[in-house]
Design a protein around this ligand. Structure first.
Ligand code: C2E
Ligand code: MG
Ligand code: MG
Ligand code: MG
Length: 286
């Protein structure tokens, strides 16, 4: 890498690197006061039924409204927050705010096609001793029904320390909360292993969807996963759908749900109700 850069290039490279490291360290230390100052905001991305494109769910996605650096995506801070433990406070806020917002949408429009809200839970947050209790109390204070909540957890969570995790997953399901494996296919779990886990939904990672129209192998692989998941009574959400052809191919495979820029990007809460109403079959045929 340094070869051919020349001395000036190498020095610039080193100072850029140092600058980037300082910025990352700065962000990391600012996470604590960001929680106290409530600098986090949520966007929501629609999840649709592939067959009729009705919006039946939304995923809450956190952003950091940084006072100096503007709106930051999770890419810039979630890993650091996981490392220094601030993800527990951030995740708690996300859970409460997502449920509050969802309950408000249900109250505003009792006929809404919205049935559930998906909330990402980091491994560290899930492993907090009182996580199940946190979920229960967040539901209660939002006046939200447990059936409305879908928790997205990672493959790595269910692979490690399985006994404790399974016990908590069972407790959550006993409440009526559902659980999804996020980014399925990027970790090392197998479907047969997952079937022993008390989970309801697989979110098939975008990297699997990207090539289904261009690679016969990739198409066959996704087709097989969707079929097997169906036989195991797991619902499937395809992530990162960007083209109409991908929606059609996945629908034909029997994949029930999809999410991606083809339908909608993550949106501010004010923009959700109109989009949901416009995608209702009655509205489409009217
Ligand atoms: P994720 O849970 O897999 O969320 C989907 C990500 O893919 C989102 O990025 C979304 O904007 C993006 N996406 C959706 N459709 C498309 C598409 O068609 N094309 C492309 N290129 N991208 C698409 P985002 O919002 O930047 O979030 C990134 C990750 O950060 C999330 O991946 C999730 O792992 C994490 N994250 C977001 N919010 C939270 C949170 O509240 N708590 C925790 N622990 N993690 C979160
Ligand atoms: Mg997710
Ligand atoms: Mg995902
Ligand atoms: Mg993903």
């Amino acid at each position: 890498l340094a070869k051919g850069m020349g001395k000036g290039g190498w020095q610039r490279y080193q100072s850029d690197l140092a600058h980037a490291m300082v910025q990352r360290l700065e962000l990391r230390t600012q996470l604590h006061e960001a929680i106290e100052d409530e600098q986090f905001v949520l966007q929501f991305q629609p999840i649709v039924e592939l067959a009729d494109q009705r919006v039946t769910g939304v995923e809450a996605l956190v952003r950091w409204q940084h006072p100096a650096r503007g709106l930051l995506s999770p890419f810039h801070f979630v890993e650091a927050a996981e490392e220094n433990g601030t993800i527990i406070g951030i995740g708690g806020w996300v859970m409460r705010e997502a449920l509050r917002q969802f309950a408000a949408w249900k109250a505003e429009d009792p006929d809404t096609s919205l049935r559930y809200i998906s909330v990402n839970v980091s491994p560290r947050q899930f492993r907090a001793p009182d996580f199940v209790e946190q979920v229960r109390s967040a539901l209660a204070s939002a006046g939200a029904r447990p059936e409305w909540l879908l928790l997205e957890v990672t493959e790595s969570l269910v692979l490690k320390d399985a006994a404790k995790v399974v016990q908590d997953l069972r407790a959550l399901r006993a409440l009526g909360v559902r659980v999804a494996i996020d980014d399925f296919g990027t970790g090392y779990s197998s479907l047969s292993y997952l079937r022993q886990m008390p989970v309801d939904v697989l979110k098939l990672d975008k990297s699997f969807i990207d090539d289904i129209l261009t690679s016969r192998q990739q198409h066959a692989l996704v087709d097989a996963i969707v079929t097997l998941a169906g036989n195991l009574d797991l619902a499937v959400v395809a992530e990162g759908i960007e083209e109409p052809g991908q929606r059609i191919a996945l629908d034909t495979m029997g994949c029930q749900y999809g999410q991606g820029y083809h339908f909608a990007k993550p949106l501010w809460p004010v923009d959700i109700p109109a989009l949901v109403a416009a995608a209702r079959p009655a509205a489409l045929s009217a």
